[in-house]
Design a protein around this ligand. Structure first.
Ligand SMILES: Nc1nc2c(c(=O)[nH]1)N[C@H]1C(S)=C(S)[C@@H](COP(=O)(O)OP(=O)(O)OC[C@H]3O[C@@H](n4cnc5c(N)ncnc54)[C@H](O)[C@@H]3O)O[C@H]1N2
Ligand code: MOO
Length: 401
């Protein structure tokens, strides 16, 4: 049965989630590179490979607080027959011991301190007894394994981080450890955001019958910022072609416009016809639930992605289509055992909300696309492929929310 569109659709319909993601990504510009202080690089995409400017550790060092000795001198040490060594100095992080350690000698050493020449092993303080001011008794042998070799983490000149890497907090720390005060990153994508609908009002205003607070715009704006984007807030437009058109014109300078609402079949859903008349439609409808009515098109060269108005649908479409396209980072899924069954749909991939507990996932229960509290209570999307279905006890693919 063809969809009741007017004129007859000349664009792809009912495409797969992967196709939708690829088509959106293909319309986005490749952003230029800019340089930012490493402390401000969180959530950005690395634009070039990063080489280590230094080695880490910069010298062979101790992993423990104790004494540094020659392993061979300590092999017979035990609680019953301790080995006695002479302390000839101290090496601590930042202040190394310059002399050479000879047979029967040791130095006090602390975690991160360089190993003096001549020693190769560590005995920790827990296994030592003082024997006068200048000697120490070892209750067990010193171990070479408690030494961190120079360059054991990375070596100067080595390429440690690759272009395209998403800069998480640990990766920002690594870039700093490599010696980079500034890092090259892709410019933030500028994403214009518009919510639509006559019934949608700002939180804080009194709610009249049949109105709803604009939660989508707040949630999408937050998710965009989490995804390393610059958000151009276009606010909200009522359901009329003229106001939508005026609002879309306001997206000048953006790399892409995201809208929410007005993409389905209702008399007041204008997004599709507006794009058909004034722009272009790349696809309408994705074989997924929730989120089926999503639309992609263009308006005077500006890519326009219309998310459905239902709050859960807009979140799910953002998670599995928009975010990966904007960030270039794939959707990460893991396999978990299902506690409850999850139904499949014959012609759609289902993304059901789930709750992960004790390493297993169960159905959140209420799967309606308007159940907003599920976005807070659930912590996973359970993916059931088209025509599939999951029985309790089976493994299922899960995306963390
Ligand atoms: N006859 C059909 N009806 C519907 C179909 C269909 O295929 N045939 N698809 C359904 C599906 S699936 C979805 S999803 C929705 C999507 O519809 P729209 O994108 O046109 O969204 P609206 O009708 O504008 O709103 C739907 C719902 O969401 C609330 N909403 C809208 N914007 C916001 C916002 N910014 N913050 C919070 N809540 C919002 C709105 O009040 C409605 O309750 O269509 C189905 N219908
Ligand atoms: O996405 Mo509609 O997304 O099934 O309510």
């Amino acid at each position: 049965m063809p969809e009741p569109t007017s004129p007859a659709p000349t664009f792809p319909m009912h495409i797969s989630v992967a196709e939708a993601r690829e088509m959106l990504a293909a319309l986005l510009p490749t952003p230029e590179t800019e340089t930012v202080p490493v402390g401000q690089a969180l959530g950005r995409t690395l634009a070039a490979d990063l080489q280590a400017k230094v080695s880490h550790p910069s010298a062979t060092e101790s992993a423990l607080d104790g004494i540094a000795a020659r392993e061979a001198d300590t092999l017979t040490a035990s609680a019953e027959a301790p080995v006695r060594l002479k302390i000839i100095g101290e090496s601590r992080a930042g202040v190394s011991f310059d002399g050479e350690v000879g047979e029967g000698q040791c130095v006090r050493i602390y975690t991160g301190a360089p190993m003096p020449p001549g020693v190769d092993a560590i005995c920790p303080v827990e296994e030592l007894r003082d024997d006068g001011p200048e000697h120490v008794l070892l209750l067990r042998p010193a171990f070479p394994g408690d030494v961190r070799p120079e360059g054991g983490d990375f070596r100067a000149g080595e390429t440690v981080m690759g272009a395209g890497l998403w800069l998480t907090a640990p990766r920002v720390a690594l870039a700093a450890a490599l010696g980079h005060a500034h890092v090259p990153v892709l410019r933030k994508l500028r994403v214009a955001l518009l919510s639509t609908g006559d019934e949608v009002i700002e939180p804080g205003q009194p709610l009249l019958p049949s109105q709803v607070y604009d939660s989508n715009r707040i949630g999408l704006s937050a998710m965009l910022r989490e995804s390393g984007c610059e958000v151009i807030e276009l606010g909200h437009a009522p359901d009329s072609p003229a106001s939508l058109q005026a609002a879309i014109q306001g997206a000048g300078g953006a790399d892409v416009l995201l809208t929410t609402g007005g993409v389905s079949m209702g008399k007041y859903d204008f997004m599709r016809d507006l794009l058909i008349e004034h722009g272009r439609v790349s696809f309408w409808k994705v074989r997924m639930r929730p989120g089926g009515p999503a639309i992609l098109g263009g308006w005077n060269g500006l890519p326009v992605f219309g998310l459905p108005g239902n709050p859960v649908s807009s979140l799910v479409v953002f998670h599995v289509i928009v975010r990966p396209a904007l960030t270039g980072q794939p959707v990460q899924s893991l396999k978990l055992r299902a506690v409850t069954p999850f139904r499949g749909l014959p012609t759609k991939t289902a993304f059901w909300r789930g709750v992960i507990q004790d390493g297993m996932v169960s159905d959140y229960g209420q799967q309606g696309s308007g159940i907003l509290r599920s976005l807070s209570d659930a912590n996973a999307l359970v993916i059931v492929p088209e025509g599939g279905g999951v029985r309790a006890g089976e493994e299922v693919d899960v995306v963390l929310l």
